[in-house]
Write a protein that binds this ligand. Structure first.
Ligand code: SAH
Length: 351
């Protein structure tokens, strides 16, 4: 049993089963035993690899996309350039390198990083020291300026609750104990107001996921983008939640999410329809990672970088390009929600 499993088992014995959202929150961000507070998740030696860690092209192209949106909106000064969940800081470092050539962009920007993990804040500080970033724990603390923001694999880490259809109501899937072992159980049948419109398209026993923290995040974002701003939200998921997508990954393999709490990454697919709805009155465009990167010119950028490479470095560059864009790899599984005020055009490439 991990130390966190002991903490959670004691809590369940004292107070009864907990929601999956509470379980995820403890596993990911417990101040002493949490996954993001203690582990080194990224890269081949870690548990998973994210798009910016695969190739510099990801951050370069998305950074220039945000910069073009900033230019299209009259180059507001000052503005906030923010990232939600910056990991090792690689994506922001690539964005900042690529946008150096955009006149006025760096002079007008204030770089703000939304990061909960003190350990990862220290890693980000190293990667981005030349740009004097400021850290905040939540979007509430973002400055009031126009907001240009990116979030890659952030929303999949936000805790979800799961509900199983039972007649005209729902039973919440709760984390309890079978003997001494953490296991799923079911709560009583209750009506859930937020799931009323899902009675038509679900059958008995089907599971729907809700991310309780997401609407507040989107509302804060939307408030700062009311006049000017743009957001690129990239993640795996679909347009509407249906089915159990809760998963644990450790050492690049799927593992039992209850086996080693605090030592595996826990995620769920992102419900982009729920994000778009919570961001109203912002307008949105919805596309795939592959389509957006292609529209932004990844083929040309890849060719240009390839000119200076040979041998194994060239091979891995070509594999990385494929991995980011191919239909069979990240290209279709990963979606992009681009948000913008309705009176400004959508960020380039997103429609
Ligand atoms: N965007 C990065 C890392 C994704 S991993 C990349 O593409 O490589 C998820 C990131 O979100 C980590 O930095 C994690 O510490 C952070 N995070 C997770 N939950 C958070 C929360 N509730 N508030 C702020 N940051 C959070």
């Amino acid at each position: 049993m991990t130390p966190l499993a002991q903490v959670l088992a004691a809590r369940i014995r004292a107070h009864g089963p907990m929601s999956l959202a509470d379980y995820m929150a403890e596993c990911l961000l417990h101040p002493v035993h949490g996954y993001y507070t203690t582990q080194n998740p990224f890269g081949t030696a870690g548990d998973f690899i994210t798009a910016p860690e695969i190739s510099q092209m990801f951050g370069e192209l998305l950074g220039l996309c945000l910069a073009q949106a900033w230019v299209d909106q009259g180059a507001p000064d000052p503005f906030t350039l923010a990232e939600l969940g910056p990991g090792r800081g690689t994506l922001m470092a690539d964005i900042l390198r690529a946008t150096k050539c955009v006149p006025g962009f760096h002079a007008a920007m204030r770089v703000v990083l939304v990061e909960a993990s003190p350990r990862l804040r220290a890693v980000q500080a190293q990667a981005l020291q030349a740009f004097a970033p400021v850290w905040v724990g939540s979007l509430q603390d973002l400055p009031p300026h126009p907001l240009f923001v990116i979030a890659n694999e952030f929303f999949d880490a936000l805790p979800i609750r799961q509900f199983q259809r039972a007649g005209l109501g729902w039973r919440e899937r709760l984390v309890g104990l079978t003997g001494d072992v953490l296991a799923f159980g079911l709560g009583p049948v209750v009506p859930i107001a937020g799931l009323k419109d899902r009675l038509d398209d679900t059958g008995e026993g089907q599971i729907i996921e809700l991310c309780p923290a997401a609407p507040a995040v989107m509302a804060e974002m939307s408030a700062r983008m009311a006049q000017k701003g743009a957001a690129l939200v990239i993640d795996y998921g679909g347009w509407q939640s249906l089915g159990d997508t809760f998963q644990a990954v450790q050492g690049h393999h799927a593992v039992d999410p209850f086996a080693n709490p605090g030592q595996a990454d826990l995620t769920a697919h992102v419900d982009f329809a729920a994000l778009a709805q919570a961001a109203r009155p912002l307008a949105h465009a919805y596309t795939t990672q592959g389509a957006l990167l292609s529209a932004l010119g990844i083929a040309q950028r890849s060719e240009r970088l390839a000119q200076n490479l040979s041998g194994a470095a060239l091979d891995s560059h070509l594999v990385a390009t494929q991995r980011l864009t191919s239909h069979d790899e990240m290209g279709s599984l990963f979606k992009v929600l681009a948000l913008h005020p309705a009176h400004h055009p959508a960020p380039p490439g997103s429609v």
